[in-house]
Ligand binder design. Structure first.
Ligand code: FE2
Length: 306
C-alpha cells in the first residue's frame, strides 16, 4: 500500500486491481453521494427533533440516545431510498451495475468522549472486514454525512496491509454471528460482550492514515485493509455511511486482495445485491465461499498458478 488516488478516473477493472494491491481511492462528492447524504441527514434530523444531531449526546441520557439510534439505523438501512442511491453513486464512479453487487448501506455513529462506544454505536477496534467473513474481493465505501475533522474520522493502518496481526478471527463464523449476536446490538450500552474478531497482540497505532473529505466525499478501499474508528474527542458525534461491493467476475475467478491473517469461516456473499435488479449472487458461488478467506486464498493462489 503506497498510494492514495484523488478523483482518479480509471476503469473499474483497473481500480479494483489497485484496490486489491492496497491502494486507496478518494472521490469528491458525486450526485448520487449527495442524494444519499441529504437523505441520511433528513432522517437523522427527524430522529433528534429539536436537538442538533452533532451535539445531542450532551443533552440526552445515554439509554435514550441508544434508543434513538436503535430506531434510526435500521430505518435507514432498509429504506428503499438507500437502495436507490447506492447504485446511482456506483454508476457515478463508473461501476458496471449489471456486474456490481452491493450490500445495504450502514449508518455509523462515533460519539465523542466515550459517551456511547458499544452495541448500536460500536467503536471499531483495528480490524479487517475479512476477519468478519467478507470475501477478499470486497471493496468498501465510506462517506461522512456531515463535515468531519481528523478526530472524527476512520484510520487506515497501512503497515499491516502486508503484515499479519495475531487475531481471533478463527472463532468467527458469519452465519453463527447473525444467529446470536447481531440482534442484541442495542442491549450493549455500558459494555459490549459480543464476541468479535479482535487483535490478540498490540497493534502499532502509527503510522496511521486518516483521509478527510468534505461531507459526501467517498473513500474506497479493500476490505482486507486494517482500519479502525478514531477515538473521538472532538465534542461532536460523527455520522457516516458505509457499504460494500463485489464484482461478479472477481467472485467467479476468486480474485481479490491477498490474505495475510484472516482465518474466519463462512461468508457474507449472500448479502450483496446486484446493482440493476437487486438479485443475489448465484447460490453455487455463495456456497463456494463458505470455507472462508483463508481456504479461498489458497484456491486463489492455485487459480493463478494454473
Ligand atoms: Fe470495517
Amino acid at each position: 500500500m503506497n498510494t492514495i488516488y484523488f478523483d482518479r478516473r480509471v476503469s473499474d477493472e483497473v481500480r479494483r486491481q489497485e484496490l486489491f494491491d492496497g491502494q486507496v481511492f478518494v472521490y469528491s462528492q458525486t450526485p448520487g453521494a449527495l442524494k444519499l447524504i441529504e437523505f441520511a441527514r433528513g432522517m437523522i434530523r427527524e430522529a433528534f427533533g429539536s436537538l442538533d444531531p452533532l451535539t445531542a449526546q450532551h443533552d440526552m441520557p445515554v439509554e435514550q440516545y441508544a434508543a434513538v439510534l436503535a430506531d434510526l439505523k435500521p430505518k435507514f438501512i432498509h429504506h428503499p431510498n438507500s437502495k436507490k442511491f447506492i447504485p446511482e453513486l456506483l454508476s457515478d464512479l463508473g461501476c458496471d451495475l449489471s456486474k456490481t453487487y452491493f450490500d445495504v448501506p450502514r449508518m455509523r455513529t462515533a460519539t465523542s468522549d466515550d459517551y456511547l462506544t458499544t452495541g448500536i454505536a460500536y467503536a471499531f477496534h483495528p480490524h479487517r472486514d475479512t476477519w468478519y467473513s467478507a470475501p477478499l474481493c470486497q471493496v468498501n465505501f465510506w462517506i461522512p454525512v456531515f463535515e468531519i475533522e481528523s478526530g472524527q474520522s476512520m484510520a487506515f493502518h497501512p503497515y499491516y496491509w502486508s503484515h499479519p496481526v495475531r487475531n481471533s478471527s478463527s472463532g468467527y463464523n458469519y452465519a453463527e454471528w447473525n444467529k446470536t449476536s447481531r440482534v442484541n446490538a442495542v442491549q450493549h450500552i455500558k459494555s459490549d460482550t459480543r464476541v468479535q474478531p479482535k487483535p490478540l497482540e498490540p497493534v502499532e497505532p502509527e503510522p496511521q492514515l486518516r483521509v478527510i473529505t468534505k461531507a459526501g466525499g467517498i473513500l474506497v478501499f479493500s476490505g482486507a485493509h486494517l482500519h479502525s474508528t478514531v477515538p473521538n474527542f472532538s465534542g461532536k458525534t460523527r455520522f457516516s455511511i458505509d457499504f460494500r461491493t463485489v464484482h461478479i467476475d472477481d467472485v467467479a475467478a476468486f480474485r481479490g486482495a491477498h490474505n495475510v491473517d484472516s482465518s474466519c469461516t463462512g461468508t457474507c456473499m449472500n448479502d450483496y445485491l446486484r446493482g440493476t435488479d437487486l438479485s443475489h449472487i448465484p447460490e453455487d458461488l455463495v456456497a463456494a465461499y463458505e470455507p472462508g478467506p483463508k481456504v479461498l486464498a489458497e484456491r486463489q493462489t492455485h487459480a493463478r498458478s494454473v
